[in-house]
Design a protein around this ligand. Structure first.
Ligand SMILES: Cc1cc2nc3c(=O)[nH]c(=O)nc-3n(C[C@H](O)[C@H](O)[C@H](O)COP(=O)(O)OP(=O)(O)OC[C@H]3O[C@@H](n4cnc5c(N)ncnc54)[C@H](O)[C@@H]3O)c2cc1C
Length: 442
């Protein structure tokens, strides 16, 4: 990723706020936006030099209902409605395009799964269509090959990850909230079983509500309070092409590639054949929760004992700076892309769309994706001290659902009944063994 401009608007850290939100990703910023809009005094604390430096600024930009676990659909429907009016609401561009989302396949065996999902989605009011091969070709004209079938949701869309969270963070400030970057939360202040604030690299902040939306770091952080949150981190690689003439509307999936043509004409592409798991010692703590799914998908996971493993190991030695301050050494997350995957994916795009066979690569990057064992989020105010809300585990699809989660968590934090039932997202499902296998349609 190229180094973006700093957006530290407030260099001084307030000593008090009604609500502190840890993490300036799309989840933290959206939550803060709705809290600030409702008139609460809210402060977002982000450890990087800008918001959305981690997952929220590195994703593909898909905003999809298609293929969601039905448990998540009501939240995603809420989010989709927000996205459709978000640019107007914020008065800022977020790269929104409502071009639909389409999966395509040659495997007839998945068609019954498509039908089952379509029927489940229909019960929530989402219209999905099963497509013939000819209909797939109509929606993505000019492809060099035919497909057997597809599935399509016209009300889905995509947005620009490099702009969306930034625009939402500016919305927080417009309503009087504060966003402080370059500041790491290093501890929780808990008194008499109630959260009283946070400790940061730049001083303490008092708050009666703390929302931990720290993405891949959440499990470590809530671990400081003795809360067990099973989380695993994998590395996803993404690439962007140069801009070409407009040839495609829907954000799309083949079995081996996800791709979307952005507003600026560039394609965002990502290979699905391989996910990198850069093993660290800490990952072993919750390995048993992920073993079943790992074994099922092991042909698509590359387990690496490389730099991150040794880095993590050395950081755990007694007396090291990292041991004293677990957020110091690995504080910046800017993983390297898998170049082999980038090359293969670009080749596949060029071959699928001969009319852009000369398209060149603009850049490639990677991002850590945090997963829960069932790939559903954890949204819960029950574990730990009073006043703490955990919002994490968006499991590789939290960009699209982010604004909906933010609106819902803001209701929870301000004592209202959330518009979406949060029962499927309780943390205690893992300890109770009451969680299902991840839902995988595409
Ligand atoms: C390669 C890739 C492709 C993806 N594609 C899609 C897609 O197409 N569609 C989709 O819906 N989703 C997608 N996702 C997933 C989506 O990006 C994430 O689920 C979503 O951005 C999570 O948002 P978040 O705010 O929870 O986490 P993050 O964006 O990771 O934000 C968490 C923030 O917390 C900060 N933080 C952590 N610890 C501290 C601390 N101690 N003090 C202060 N700040 C702290 C971090 O620096 C970080 O900025 C993709 C993700 C990746 C990486």
């Amino acid at each position: 990723m190229s180094k973006p401009n700093k957006n530290t608007e407030h260099v001084s850290l307030p000593t008090e706020a009604e609500v502190v939100v840890i993490g300036g990703g799309i989840i933290g910023c959206s939550t803060a936006y709705y809290l600030a809009k409702a008139g609460l005094d809210v402060l977002v604390i982000e450890k990087n030099h800008k918001v959305a430096w981690e997952q929220s600024g590195r994703n593909w930009g898909f905003v999809r209902q298609l293929g969601r676990d039905p448990h998540e659909l009501p939240m995603m429907i809420r989010s989709n409605a927000i996205w459709q009016g978000l640019e107007k609401e914020l008065g800022a561009a977020v790269g929104w395009q409502q071009g639909g989302n389409m999966g395509m396949t040659d495997d007839e065996a998945v068609i019954p799964d498509y039908e089952q999902w379509r029927d489940a989605a229909r019960q929530h009011g989402v219209k999905a269509r099963i497509l013939t091969g000819r209909e797939v070709s109509k929606l993505a004209p000019g492809m060099s090959r035919d497909w057997t079938a597809g599935i399509y949701v016209a009300s889905d869309g995509n947005a620009d990850p490099e702009r969306a969270t930034d625009a939402i963070a500016k919305g927080v400030q417009k309503y009087g909230g504060q966003v402080v970057t370059d500041c790491a939360v290093t501890g929780f202040d808990v008194r008499g079983g109630q959260v009283a604030g946070v400790v940061t690299s730049r001083g303490a902040v008092k708050a009666s509500t703390v929302i931990c939306a720290a993405g891949a770091w959440t499990s470590t952080m809530v671990g400081w309070l003795g809360i067990n949150l099973p989380q695993l981190r994998v590395r996803g690689t993404v690439a962007r092409t140069q801009s070409v003439e407009r040839i495609l509307e829907p954000a799309s999936w083949t079995p081996s590639m996800g791709f979307v043509q952005r507003q600026d004409g560039c394609f965002t592409i990502a290979g699905l054949d391989m996910t990198d798991l850069d093993l660290r010692l800490g990952d072993l703590k919750y390995a048993r929760y992920f073993l079943r799914d790992f074994m099922k998908n092991r042909h698509r996971v590359s387990v690496n004992f490389g730099h991150p493993f040794w880095h993590d190991l050395v950081g755990r030695l007694p007396g090291t700076a990292a041991m004293k301050d677990p957020l110091r050494r690995p504080r910046i997350s800017d993983p390297r892309p898998n170049t082999k995957l980038v090359t293969a994916t670009l080749k596949e795009l060029r071959s699928l769309f001969p009319q852009i066979r000369g398209v060149a690569l603009k850049k490639a990057w990677a991002g850590h994706i945090e997963l829960t064992p069932d790939m559903l989020p954890v949204i819960d105010d029950a574990p730990g001290p009073g006043g703490l809300i955990i919002v994490t585990g968006l499991s590789g699809h939290g960009f699209g659902i982010g604004p909906g989660v933010g609106a819902t968590v803001a209701e929870l934090a301000s004592g209202k009944t959330p518009a979406i039932d949060l029962t499927p997202f309780r943390l205690d499902r893992f300890a109770a063994g009451a969680w299902n296998e991840p839902y995988n349609l595409i």
